[in-house]
Design a binder for this molecule. Sequence first.
Ligand code: GRG
Length: 294
Amino acid sequence: MSYQDQLKSYALAVDKALNEYLPAAEVYPSTIHEAMRYSVFAGGKRLRPILTIAAAEAVGGSMEQVMPVACALELIHTYSLVHDDLPAMDNDDFRRGRPTNHKVYGEAMAILVGDALLTQAFEVIAGTAVKVSPDKVNQVTLEIARAAGSLGLIGGQVVDTLSEDQVIDGQVLEYIHRHKTGALFRVAVRAGAILSGASAEELAALTTYAEQMGLAFQIKDDLLDIEGDEAKIGKPVGSDVKNKKATYPALYGLEKAREMAARAAAEAVAALEIFGPKAEFLRSIMHFIINRDH
Ligand code: GRG
C-alpha cells in the first residue's frame, strides 16, 4: 500500500471511531451535537490521531489499543480551531473551505461546542482503561491535559495573542509554536508510544521526532499561508503580507524559513533510525507534511 493510501485508510478508521464516540446529531439537545459534528467532520487531515497510531505501531502496539486517545486528540484539536476562529480570537469566517462554526451556529453555540469537545475528549480517554493498563492511561491523561492547558496549547495562544502587532524575537516565536502547535503533536506521538509500552530509548527518539516534525509543520504552515496570500492577492512571495502575525518567514525571510523546515524534517527522520523499517510510516508522514499543499 502506498503511504497516501495508508494515510487515507487510517483517516477513515479515525472518522469511523469518532462517529461512534460522538453523540448522534439527533440526541437532545440536538443543536450542540449537530454543531460538534459540523466541525469534527469538516475534512481535517486527522494528522494527530494518525501520528498516535503510527507511533504505537512503530513500537509494536496496535491501532485498536490507542484509537480512543487518538480520537480524543482530534477532538481537542477541533475545539482549539473552533475557538481560534471566534470573533474574539482570529475572527475567521471560513475554515477548511466552509463557514466557521460560529458563522453557522452563532457565537454562543461555538463557545459551547469547543467546551463540549474538550470535555468529551477526556471522557473518551477514560474509556481507554478497558484496553490498556490504568497507570499508562493515567500518564497519558496527565500529559494530554498538560499539552492542552496553560503550559501547552493555551499558553502558546496567550503569548501569540499578547504578541500581536509587537516586534518579537526568535525565542518568543519558538515559544508560541512549540506550545500552540507543537504540544499537541508531541503528545500525540508520545501517547501512542506510552500506551504501547515503548522503552525509555524509544520514547526519547519518538519525542525528538515529534518536536522536529512539529517545527517543520509550523514553518510549512507559515510558508503555505504566504504562498496562499500571493496566489489570492498577487503580492510577490516574500513581501510583508502578514505583518500582523508572528511567522517564521516574516522573522527569518523565505529562504531561511524553507531551510529551517527542511532541516527540522531531516532531524525528525534521523531520530527514527533505531526503529528501522518499523518507522517507515512515520517517515512518510514527515514527507507528507513537508510536501503538502494545504
Ligand atoms: C483558541 C484554545 C485555543 C487555541 C488556539 C491550535 C490553535 C491554538 C489555533 C489554531 C490556529 C492555527 C492556524 C494554528 C497553527 C497550526 C495549526 C494548528 C493548523 C491546523 O492544523 P491542521 O493542518 O488542520 O492539522 P486540519 O484542518 O487538517 O485538521
